[in-house]
Design a protein around this ligand. Structure first.
Ligand code: NDP
Length: 256
């Protein structure tokens, strides 16, 4: 089993931990991404809300503004159709409108089908790999120049326990999470010592979201923690307290 890390014991994020920082969150309209966007904003960050459903992003925007936090930027985008050119355009838009980028949370993902590899639809497989891995690669590639200009930048990938040890019927989702771990490690190794950009991954663990309910329809959602409870680790990795930490895969919840 892969060697993983957890949040330093007793960690408590400073109130203004992310002040002046600009952080892009993919899948910011729902679940863990929504909790992360709100939490980053509450700690002073200007958050770029990227997601598929504009209405959900607008709701998160309204919540952040109503709470008196820095005004976010909304980027409605279906990662299914992200190309190298559209990722470059997005990077140019961020440069023009916000002028900097300090953090990138790759959170959006598709669960895909829960079935055997033998029965997996090739089209579905490709969709999952596009949203979960290829889009993360394209965004990272396009946004690295901006991240490298930041004094202390952090890229966080989202993994899963099935991205560390394969499990029957988890198909493209499991494979995509292995790929995210590999992309994170490769990137971290390339960036270490030559830039101030670090790259790590978080396995949120079983969390009460739409995706969890789809994967485990028979489970009582109330037995799983809400996304807000995971936020100290997300804040730690996005903010200056994790300087020097790179190439690591974290668990947001204790492993059983
Ligand atoms: P949700 O399904 O609740 O949220 C996923 C988010 O990703 C939604 O905002 C969704 O947007 C967005 N998204 C999906 N497809 C696209 C797309 N094509 N383009 C843009 N945005 C898209 O999932 P969770 O919050 O549960 O999961 C967040 C991350 O945590 C994922 O990477 C997941 O794999 C991981 N994870 C979750 C666990 C859990 O128990 N919940 C356990 C382990 C890992 P929209 O709502 O508009 O469709």
């Amino acid at each position: 089993m892969k060697d993983t890390k957890s949040l330093p014991a007793g960690y408590s994020p400073a109130e203004k931990l992310l002040e002046e920082r600009v952080i892009l969150v993919t899948g910011a309209g729902d679940g863990i991404g929504r909790a992360a966007a709100r939490s980053f904003a509450a700690h002073g960050a200007t958050v770029v809300l990227l997601g598929k459903t504009q209405g959900k992003l607008e709701q998160v925007y309204d919540e952040i503004v109503a709470a008196g936090h820095p005004e976010p930027l909304i980027l409605p985008l279906d990662l299914q159709y992200l190309t190298a050119d559209s990722a470059d355009e997005l990077a140019n838009q961020l440069r023009n409108e916000l002028g900097r980028l300090d953090g990138l949370l790759h959170n959006a993902a598709l669960l895909g089908s829960l079935t055997t590899v033998a029965d997996y639809s090739p089209e579905r497989w490709q969709q999952v790999m596009q949203v979960n891995v290829h889009a993360a690669f394209l965004l990272t590639r396009a946004l690295l120049p901006l991240l490298k200009e930041a004094p202390d930048a952090s890229i966080v990938f989202t993994t899963s326990s099935v991205g560390r040890q394969g499990r029957a019927f988890w198909g493209a989702y499991a494979v995509s999470k292995f790929a995210c771990e590999g992309l994170m490690e490769t990137l971290a190794d390339e960036l270490e010592e030559v830039t101030a950009v670090r790259a790590n991954a978080i396995n949120p663990g079983a969390t009460r979201t739409r995706m969890r309910a789809a994967a485990y329809p028979g489970e009582d959602p109330n037995t799983r923690p809400v996304a807000d409870s995971l936020m100290p680790l997300y804040l730690y990795l996005m903010g200056p307290d994790s300087r020097g930490v790179t190439g690591c895969s974290f668990d947001a919840q204790p492993r059983h």
